[in-house]
Design a protein around this ligand. Sequence first.
Ligand SMILES: NC(=O)C1=CN([C@@H]2O[C@H](COP(=O)(O)OP(=O)(O)OC[C@H]3O[C@@H](n4cnc5c(N)ncnc54)[C@H](OP(=O)(O)O)[C@@H]3O)[C@@H](O)[C@H]2O)[C@@H](O)CC1
Ligand SMILES: Nc1ncnc2c1ncn2[C@@H]1O[C@H](COP(=O)(O)OP(=O)(O)O)[C@@H](O)[C@H]1O
Length: 527
Amino acid sequence: MLRISPTDTPPAPMAAGQGWPLFSTAATRQIERDCARRLPPHQLMERAGLAIAKLALAIAPHAQRIWIACGPGNNGGDGFEAAAQLKAMLPHAQITVSEVRTPAELPSDAQISRDKARQAGVQWLHDAPVDLGSQDLCIDALLGIGLSPRPLDKASAAELRLLQLLAQVRQCACSVLCVDLASGLDADTGQYLREFAPGHIAARQARHTLALLTLQPGLFTGQGRDACGQIWWDDLGCGIAGTPGTTNPAAARPTAHLNTRSSASSSARPHDSHKGSFGDVAVLGGEGLGLRGLSMTGAAWLAALAALHAGAGRVMLALLDEALAQGIAPWPEIMLRRPAAQDWGQATVVCGCGGGEAVQAWLPHILSQAPQLVLDADALNAVAASPTLAQQLSQRAARQHGTVLTPHPLEAARLLETSTTQVQADRLQSCLQLARKFQCTVLLKGSGTVVANPRQQVWINASGNARLATGGTGDVLAGLIAALWAQDRSADMAAIEGAFRHGQLADRWPADRPFSASALAMRLGEQ
Ligand SMILES: NC(=O)C1=CN([C@@H]2O[C@H](COP(=O)(O)OP(=O)(O)OC[C@H]3O[C@@H](n4cnc5c(N)ncnc54)[C@H](OP(=O)(O)O)[C@@H]3O)[C@@H](O)[C@H]2O)[C@@H](O)CC1
Ligand SMILES: Nc1ncnc2c1ncn2[C@@H]1O[C@H](COP(=O)(O)OP(=O)(O)O)[C@@H](O)[C@H]1O
């Protein structure tokens, strides 16, 4: 069993950008069939139950009261099996189970495990325990990857009971261990089915999830991170292809990879190098007060500051309001330029941060000149509003000009001519769709940032937290990606690595130090 976390070192060498393989529900089903075929009957569920029981005791080593909510399918079967195993390990503890379905309706594996739990002396409850508050651990084995949408107005008694038990699981004050994934969450998208979505952000409940056989994308993006908490993974002894240390050539292909680590430190520079060895980053953005009375120059400064601290050899900043670009820069290392004086064909360009409306006029030139281009914020909005710019953007790949788009969900929605809800409903597919549409690398921001390229490769970033949900951190990310790209990374690797470092810094931020985007930018060099 492994703890999946950006703070732990994986058990075997795994380069940044390679990452943990993540499998869709369909691929997981295929792997499950393969494994079941190679094992004696009921073995998989026995192994699953044992793994859950062991993790339960690791999470709550002194537990005397454990409540297990068991659903109507094999996820419930895993719960029954865990109950039986826990009772054998802790004969004097109160192990209680509430179930959704009558035994006759259960799948056969689940029925066998249910009988084992009965025989082991597990206590059956009609509802949740009356003393819900005094439980030491709750196990959510209501729904796993078998979740499917269904009309709420025609809900059966069993479906209503399941929803009621889930509500009670969410009320527990103790830690919750979810079997396979949090009930009601779609394993492919990381979104709850509507009727299962909690009414509030349930960040206060300590949550763990034990993923069985495979890791799935939904655990790590969208609503998945809050829903599942700390992720653990057990391959149930089956060895999954693509995972370090295993050789099983399972036919199923991962749909994405989870990046949990950074590549080599940026401080490892050859002696025989100079500032030209580490690339030029040129930032264009920052609408001034003059145009609409909305100053956004800070955003462009943040991108430049990030590029500087992330190790770019030279950083140039061209502000869209010339009046603001006079005098000495607050950071003298950053070279101020008039937009017309900058050679946009000779640098890795960041365009759009705080660009407002003023950036539009420059986009045709930037799109045709910049060999490596990070497009952010208002540059993305301008592309979304102009079919001509959109076409110019898509044509860059054919000229071997690289582009990284860094939209947040609303910017992505504008580019895809859809809604933010639709983008968030399937973050991986939205990101892939953008990568195909514009033939470039796309980084879709938010909890569980997604990176995709037109070759259908997808990564999810494991680092980062809601500390980043403050103005300006996206500008810092754009500058960081440009600096990594200007040095020696590919566009994909700059996006993957940039997202990871950005999030990792936020994860390691000292609790007593105020967090801001500029403080973040200035600490980029510390890693
Ligand atoms: N099989 C194996 O070898 C292994 C399986 N493993 C475990 O099995 C899990 C998968 O089991 P699964 O396929 O039975 O699906 P599961 O998640 O229990 O859900 C299906 C049940 O939920 C119900 N249901 C669905 N949607 C609903 C809704 N909206 N609202 C209400 N009810 C809804 C659905 O109802 P029905 O369609 O039958 O009416 C059905 O009864 C997997 O996550 C892992 O934990 C591991 O042990 C590894 C080996
Ligand atoms: N809840 C969160 N968890 C993880 N990362 C987050 C969260 N909220 C925001 N972020 C990250 O913070 C950054 C915000 O970028 P963006 O929305 O463009 O802000 P701005 O335009 O103010 O710079 C992105 O990298 C995003 O992924």
